[in-house]
Design a protein. Structure first.
Length: 581
């Protein structure tokens, strides 16, 4: 093990806290392919930027469009893009006050675009009859700088809840570093991932929304000063799993150049992409709704005739039976007129080399599942396991295992993590290892085996002095929980701007600068540390057995996979192989 302690001057900017950028009156605009959007001008650390929240990137999926692939947005003349739109229908069981209360609606297909002011194309600030604007000097076209890098971020939430709103995904840290930041909403739970394996309800609508957004970015990137050939997709948790799935899809070729996966991959065990799981969930939905029809067209008609609130209530009921996810991405059968997103099991696609041309930055935290403690306690997980021991089997493994082998697998996991004692603590350890650390380590191994673009792996182990997640959950655990690394890249405004907010410590601010450096560097040169950084090469590409341990703002340790981690890989590999006997 080698420990690197490096000077902050090489990688960090001044360790100063950010001030909340106050919104100005309508003063900036962009001319998109669907019409003009009028946004707001903000500033952060003296840098001005434009925000265009709540921009429709497609026609809203209402009525007969409920489960269909999104259609192009309707044209408008001037749209006041000054407020974020409604969030998609959901039942939040995790984020709590990280997500500010917002109106829910099926008309939730909106993007939030944040652009350094200098990047907006020339002329878009000039006064017009409709808009009060500011003027900028005219620069000859040959001196116009190239478009800025674009980060498209996919929010997490178990494919069941969450949003791209600024309450958790404040763009300030990145946009101040000359990055265009785009967050967005996509259909969730039953609305986004119900699959009947038919042309009318094919499943994966939420993933198709993401592809639609990426195509929208390609069409409009230059209109807001971005480079369509320099797009990075990123996501956290289920958003990271989605981002990874997009790298494996033929439908996304040419839409982005690299991907950042925070606490999630397409092979993560916290969900099952098996069509058997999709069929199981669709049956559960119809059972709860009392729909007894067998004809696919009749089922579809009854589902689109239902009020959205009824479907949302049914999803909430199912979520209480399952825990943290309900309807999720699934492997698809080819269907006429439907864009296929996942055409095979993700592990099979990786083995075939699909997506290996995409550079990856992958991370996990040191105590992932601690963030779920309150939810799992309220869920009465211990009693549920006592009533049904197979609950401890990761969902991905559970739905690929013949029923006669389930109890045997359950006993194997019991011996490894529980030793006969069912407790939240033991489940959280199994959850952290199996749902998050194992998939990240395994993906690093698989990339090394198949070759291709470089992959960089990190473990985030910095215990912030003023942890946003610990403040929200009221927990005091050892290590770093799910979502915590995200808060050093995106500003958690719902907490940072709260009346009882505690100012970040100097180390917390420096860690924010460090993580932001890693992201910006990766977007710039496809490496977390660029060669022209005037520092040592501290982060070599993955060789299938190493990662960077981010311990503090001044200490990043280059580590080989430990014996514990190798044991994790062997154990969960064995579960998969035994399930297929």
């Amino acid at each position: 093990m080698t420990t690197y302690v490096f000077a902050l001057a090489f990688l960090l900017h001044a360790c100063t806290a950010l001030a909340w950028p106050g919104a100005a009156s309508c003063s900036v605009r962009a001319d998109l392919d669907s019409g003009t959007v009028c946004g707001v001008q903000r500033s952060v650390e003296g840098s001005k930027y434009a925000s265009f929240p709540g921009v429709p990137y497609a026609k809203q999926p209402l009525g007969d469009l409920r489960f269909k692939e999104l259609e192009p947005p309707e044209h408008w003349d001037v749209l006041q893009a000054t407020n974020e739109g409604p969030i998609c229908f959901q039942a939040d069981v995790l984020y709590g006050r990280l997500m500010q209360k917002s109106k829910m609606s099926e008309a939730c297909i909106h993007a939030n675009i944040h652009v350094p002011l200098r990047a907006l194309p020339l002329g878009v600030h000039r006064p017009t009859r409709q808009l009060e604007t500011i003027s900028v000097p005219v620069i000859p076209e040959e001196l116009t700088p190239p478009g800025l890098p674009i980060l498209v971020f996919i929010h997490g939430g178990g494919f069941a809840f969450g949003s791209g709103h600024e309450d958790l995904h404040g763009p300030e840290y990145l946009v101040s570093r000359n990055i265009i930041v785009i967050t967005f909403n996509y259909r969730l739970n039953v609305f986004g991932f119900l699959s009947m394996n038919t042309t009318k309800i094919p499943g994966n609508a939420g993933l198709r929304d993401q592809v639609t957004l990426l195509r929208w970015v390609q069409r409009n990137a230059k209109n807001f000063g971005g480079d369509p050939n320099d797009v990075t997709i990123a996501g956290q948790s289920a958003g990271a799993a989605a981002a990874h799935l997009l790298t494996l899809s033929k439908a996304t070729e040419g839409l982005f150049q690299r991907a950042i996966l925070m606490s999630g991959t397409g092979i993560s065990s916290f969900y099952s992409s098996s069509p058997a799981f999709a069929a199981y969930m669709s049956k559960q939905l119809l059972l709860v709704l009392g729909i007894t029809a067998t004809d696919p067209d009749e089922i579809h008609q009854q589902l689109i005739d239902l009020p959205a609130e009824k479907l949302n209530d049914t999803n909430a009921f199912l979520l209480e039976q399952i825990g943290l996810t309900t309807f999720v991405p699934t492997v698809e059968s080819p269907l006429p007129g439907v864009t296929t997103i996942i055409d095979d099991d993700p592990e099979s696609l990786i083995a075939k080399g699909r997506g290996k041309n995409i550079p990856l930055l992958i991370g996990f935290t040191s105590s992932e599942c601690e963030t779920f403690r309150n939810r799992l306690t309220n869920f009465d997980l211990v009693k549920k396991i006592q009533d049904n021991p197979t609950i401890i089997i990761p969902p991905k493994v559970l739905f690929m295992t013949p029923p006669e082998l389930l109890m045997d697998l359950s006993k194997t996991i019991d011996r490894k993590y529980y030793n006969g004692t069912i407790s939240i603590d033991n489940f959280l350890k199994s959850c952290s290892d199996g749902f998050y650390e194992y998939p990240a380590l395994k993906l690093a191994q698989k990339r090394a085996e198949t070759g291709g673009a470089p992959l960089y792996l990190y473990r985030f182990a910095y215990e912030g002095q003023n942890s946003v997640i610990k403040a929200v959950t009221g927990l005091n655990y050892e290590g770093v929980g799910h979502i915590e690394d995200l808060t050093y890249v995106f500003r958690a405004n719902s907490v940072v701007e709260a009346p009882d907010a505690v100012a970040p410590s100097d180390d917390d601010v420096c860690m924010k600068n460090l993580m932001t450096d890693f992201f910006v560097n990766f977007m710039t040169c496809s490496k977390p540390i660029c060669e022209d950084n005037n520092s040592l090469e501290l982060w070599p590409a993955n060789d299938g057995m190493q990662y960077e341990d981010i311990v503090s703002p001044t200490m990043v340790r280059s580590m080989e996979f430990s014996s514990r981690q190798q044991d994790i890989i062997e154990f969960f590999d064995s579960l998969t192989s035994r399930s297929q006997l």
